[in-house]
Ligand binder design. Structure first.
Ligand SMILES: NC(=O)c1ccc[n+]([C@@H]2O[C@H](COP(=O)([O-])OP(=O)(O)OC[C@H]3O[C@@H](n4cnc5c(N)ncnc54)[C@H](OP(=O)(O)O)[C@@H]3O)[C@@H](O)[C@H]2O)c1
Length: 230
């Protein structure tokens, strides 16, 4: 897929991996909608990145169907279509054993990470078909392939993202592909929550950008349904 000129929806673009990727995409010539629940932070990021290219911030929760629809609509109406969706938004709650994890925590994590991904896909697919095809990249994790103690809701959610990607791959019309991508262990707020320690020694989100762009550029039918490490 050609990044220069691509119309992109990148969920969770206000910090961490998403923010760095938004900037990388803009520099490569893409037009980008970013989203996040904290609209104030999101607007500040969109404003800061505007000098790099065309960017729109849409506040909202991907787990809320109407919010997901608004994110897709912003790309469809603002850019006239959608070529690439990166389902990056996700949460990880403070590590807790399953025996002390509440139903509310389970629902919050699964709503954001799984239902949110499905919501965006449901709204994006018809727009992508009308736009001539493209790619849906679902951000997974090492914890989407093997699990660890204390983070069961997050692990379950990322296993579900892997499964969702495999199902989707078999349902997609010709011209649209999907992959699940494990970005590795990256120095972000989420990682600090996961490890409950200093994570500054890990790879920065900015250092990951060339690998993201290279992956996007390679995506074609042969990649459909694959589970990829960045
Ligand atoms: N960091 C790592 O080592 C690592 C490893 C493997 C996989 N990942 C995956 O990489 C992706 C990015 O992680 P990160 O480390 O960059 O996380 P992060 O620093 O916590 O950033 C998460 C982003 O998603 C947004 N977000 C969270 N919940 C949302 C929701 N329900 N609706 C809309 N936006 C939402 C956040 O903004 P708001 O809080 O304002 O909503 C923020 O912009 C995630 O899918 C994560 O699971 C990360």
């Amino acid at each position: 897929m050609r990044i220069d000129g691509a119309r992109v929806l990148l969920t969770g673009g206000s910090r961490g991996i998403g923010r760095a990727l938004a900037e990388g995409l803009l520099r490569a010539g893409a037009r980008v909608v970013i989203s996040g629940r904290n609209a104030e932070t999101l607007d500040a990021v969109a404003e800061a990145l505007r000098s790099q290219g065309e960017i729109v911030g849409v506040g909202g929760d991907v787990g809320a169907d109407a919010d997901a629809a608004a994110m897709v609509a912003a790309a469809a109406e603002g850019f006239g279509g959608l070529d690439l969706v990166v389902n990056n938004a996700a949460i990880l709650t403070t590590p807790t054993p399953i025996v002390r994890t509440s139903p509310e925590t389970w629902r919050a994590v699964l709503d954001a990470n799984v239902v949110g991904t499905a919501n965006v896909i449901r709204h994006a697919l018809p727009v992508m078909e009308a736009s001539g095809g493209g790619a849906i990249v679902n951000v997974s994790s090492t914890w989407g392939r093997s699990a660890a103690s204390g983070v069961a809701p997050y692990c379950a959610s990322k296993f579900a993202v892997e499964a969702l990607t495999q199902s989707l791959a078999q349902e997609l019309p010709a011209g649209i592909v999907t992959v699940a991508v494990n970005p590795g262990v990256i120095n972000t707020e989420m990682l600090a929550t996961a490890f409950q320690s200093d994570v500054s020694m890990y790879t920065s989100p900015e250092a990951l950008v060339p690998a993201w762009l290279s992956l996007f550029e390679q995506l074609d039918a042969s990649w459909n349904g694959r589970s990829v490490d960045l």
